[in-house]
Write a protein that binds this ligand. Structure first.
Ligand code: APR
Ligand code: ZN
Length: 360
């Protein structure tokens, strides 16, 4: 089968190959035919080594498809079911799942799946990004990673929920818990930032300011729910106008750059909430002084996979979409083939797109 192979960390391009094979389906595993997969900044971060992973590797983690084969002991889905791929599903048994009731923080499945090859080529092992690897026609994954949805949902729309939409909308409505009538600033208008904007709109924020370096993104941000949209240089004036200089109630960083995380922290008022959604490198640091954290009583909070329980929130997001409250069609910048994946990654690097969706 076809797939896009990462042979080296830091490479410019993936290699499009047609002799990729999945591993055999083992107990509690399923084989999913991937119908659609979004190209997320995290795939680029995997390629560049910002997010660590094994090589050779098949990138891709924002996917949806159809179950083609189930292994022994599989109870969660059946052949023919339509599924969204969850790149970090809860095991349902560990302390994060049970004792701490935080299924999104369970890493049991992702860590074991991430360390086990999902594919082979000429008999040699190939790993999948985050234990999946959706830049391939088929993927064998843990049954928990295949979350069943209705057959009425187009799979390109569904794929977006597998990562960017859940991450972004979830950051707004789950992690930061944006309140009705509040004011919000969102740094970065890619698929994740646009989803934060939509989440803030759904939560009832009065003002939503989108900030992006790329001016072409600003109109799109307004279309998806921002009330104001500016390049970084325009933020101070808007902050003064909207908040009387106090600062915003909520700020979200959806890029992954420490300097912008600091801008987000500085943009909020005393007592405000700064939510970090973007993923930076493990050896990069965000500086907060030991005095200011106390003095300003700001909440600085990370958001992992939108603090979402994929078994509940995927359907919750689909319900919002079905009822016209969440615009998923409007998030798709283009539909492309797997041969176009390198152009797509370069477009992400240039900050030009919301979401490009590969369909097989
Ligand atoms: N200031 C403002 N905007 C910026 C800046 C900056 N310094 N640098 C980049 N941007 C904008 C880009 O123009 C682009 O529109 O941020 C946006 C980032 O969008 P994408 O690259 O499409 O990223 P996305 O897929 O949305 O992911 C964002 O969330 O899940 C994480 O790993 C992911 O860290 C990444 C982040
Ligand atoms: Zn992603």
């Amino acid at each position: 089968m076809r797939g896009a192979l990462m042979t080296q960390v830091g490479a410019d391009d993936l290699e499009i190959i047609d002799d990729l094979e999945t591993i055999p389906v083992g107990p509690n595993q399923v084989r999913v035919k991937i119908e659609a997969t979004g190209v997320c900044h995290s795939d680029l971060s995997g390629l560049k080594g910002v997010i660590p992973g094994m090589v050779p590797q098949i990138l891709g983690h924002e996917g949806a498809g159809i179950v083609e084969e189930v292994g022994e002991g599989v109870t969660r889905c059946a052949v023919g079911d339509h599924v969204i791929v969850a790149w970090s599903p809860p095991c349902g048994k560990c302390s994060m799942c049970v004792k701490h009731r935080s299924p999104h923080l369970c890493v049991m499945i992702q860590f074991s799946a991430g360390a086990t090859p999902n594919f082979t080529r000429d008999g040699n092992p190939i790993w999948g990004f985050a234990g999946v690897g959706t830049f391939a026609e088929q993927v064998v994954m843990a049954q928990e990673a295949a979350v069943v949805i209705g057959k009425d949902v187009p799979l390109d729309i569904a794929s977006l929920i597998g990562c960017g939409v859940t991450t972004g909308v979830g950051a707004a409505i789950n992690t930061a818990d944006v309140t009705p009538g509040s004011n919000v600033v969102v740094f970065g208008c890619g698929g994740v930032g646009m989803s934060v904007i939509q989440g803030a709109r759904i939560a009832g924020a009065a003002e939503i300011v989108a900030v992006d370096l790329n001016e072409a993104k600003l109109e799109d941000a307004k279309r998806l729910g921002a009330t104001h949209a500016v390049t970084p240089g325009g933020l101070d004036a808007l902050k003064a106008e909207i908040t009387g200089g106090d600062g915003f109630d909520f700020a979200f960083e959806a890029i992954g750059i420490p300097a912008v995380m600091r801008q987000a922290y500085d943009a909020i008022r005393r007592g405000g909430t700064c939510c970090i959604v973007g993923v930076g490198k493990a050896d990069q640091f965000l500086q907060i002084s030991a005095f200011e954290l106390f003095f300003n009583e700001k909440t600085l909070i990370g958001s992992y996979y939108g603090s979402a329980d994929v078994n509940v929130d995927f359907q919750r997001l689909l319900n919002l979409w079905k009822n016209g409250r969440l615009d998923l069609e409007g998030m798709i910048s283009s539909r492309i083939g797997i041969d176009d994946v390198n152009d797509a990654l370069h477009a992400v690097e240039r900050g030009e797109v919301i979401r490009q969706v590969i369909t097989f």
